[in-house]
Ligand binder design. Structure first.
Ligand SMILES: Cc1cc2nc3c(=O)[nH]c(=O)nc-3n(C[C@H](O)[C@H](O)[C@H](O)COP(=O)(O)OP(=O)(O)OC[C@H]3O[C@@H](n4cnc5c(N)ncnc54)[C@H](O)[C@@H]3O)c2cc1C
Length: 283
């Protein structure tokens, strides 16, 4: 069992990892990117104390190298669910589940909204993880909405199992070449069905399938953590970065404005200290 699972490798997650290392806690650090690609995009940062002319890329890698130099190691993966399992939490990453006393959410701002019906049918024909749930649709028809090129391998895996896979790439130059992949035009709008998901409506057509995979690098907080309080998509956290769920902390852009590196780094620090205090209190 881990003391903590940190989700995210932007400034907030890196800061949480550095501080949990210093506090001697045993943690898993997971993120869908090696460092925040968003944070690395800033051309020039003028408001990060001590580094008057740093680029986003320089700052992100300096932070990441700092954490690694202290022995923090990042696990590559998308966290798709955080479940309260009485006195602890289970965090689902791919087909692995990790038990932990605390969770530190440093997931940034989720830009793509869940599709209409996505949350409602999650676990009833809608999945976020090809490796975990693909086998359920062996020989059947699947529909995969892909938000990032990095998920093409997962989509190819679905093609190897299914009779046919309807593919909706949300980016240009998709390279999926499986014979049974059928590309669908349009923007995905709504997943609907009865007891289980049955149909995806797009802006130009409608696709029926047995299973629907939504493959994206981030998951809206309220979908990721059942029962977490949010407002306008941002996690509600107090000055100790504590959320309404005991043992779940949040830091950085995911807690709301101002969306800034220094705020993210500061909250990552606070969340790590609060998590350590919580862990020491319950041990
Ligand atoms: C172009 C641009 C310029 C900017 N310029 C400035 C500036 O000059 N000054 C300033 O202060 N700020 C600036 N910002 C804002 C700054 O980048 C953000 O405030 C900062 O990156 C927030 O850090 P974070 O760690 O909270 O989130 P992010 O940097 O968004 O990191 C989130 C991390 O979580 C991971 N993640 C999300 N969901 C999951 C999941 N379910 N499973 C696994 N991993 C997940 C992502 O892969 C990523 O690693 C700029 C932003 C942009 C885009």
């Amino acid at each position: 069992m881990y003391d903590a699972v940190i989700i995210g490798a932007g400034p907030a997650g890196i800061s949480a990892a550095i501080n949990l290392k210093l506090l001697g806690k045993n943690f898993l650090w997971v993120a869908s990117e090696p460092t925040s690609l968003k944070a690395a995009r800033a051309e020039l940062i003028k408001n990060y104390p001590g580094l008057p002319d740093v680029t986003g890329e320089q700052l992100c890698w300096a932070l990441k190298n700092h954490a690694e130099s202290m022995g923090a190691r990042l696990t590559d993966g998308v966290a798709t669910g955080v479940f309260d399992t009485v006195g602890k939490y289970s965090v689902l990453v791919g087909d692995e589940s990790y038990d932990t006393r605390t969770v530190i959410l440093c997931t940034g701002v989720v830009t793509s909204k869940p599709l209409k019906g996505e949350s409602e049918f999650l676990g009833r024909g809608v999945s976020y993880c090809a490796v975990c749930d693909g086998f359920l649709y062996k020989g059947k028809t699947i529909c995969a909405v892909i938000y990032d090129k990095k998920f093409e391998r997962e989509a190819e895996y679905l093609c190897s199992l299914a009779h046919a896979v309807y593919v909706l790439p949300m980016y240009k130059n998709c390279n999926i070449s499986a014979q049974n992949a059928r590309f669908v035009d349009g923007k995905p709008l709504e997943i609907s069905g009865g007891l289980r998901a049955e149909t995806l409506k797009t802006s130009s057509t409608s696709v029926s399938a047995d299973g629907f995979f939504v493959l994206r690098a981030s998951v809206a907080p309220a979908t990721l953590v059942k029962g977490i309080e949010t407002e306008g998509g941002r996690i509600i956290a107090d000055r100790k970065c504590a959320t309404n769920l005991a043992g779940v902390f949040a830091a950085g852009d995911c807690t709301g404005a101002p969306y800034q590196y220094a705020k993210a780094v500061g909250e990552g620090n606070v969340a790590a200290h609060s998590a350590a205090e919580y862990i020491d209190g319950v041990k």
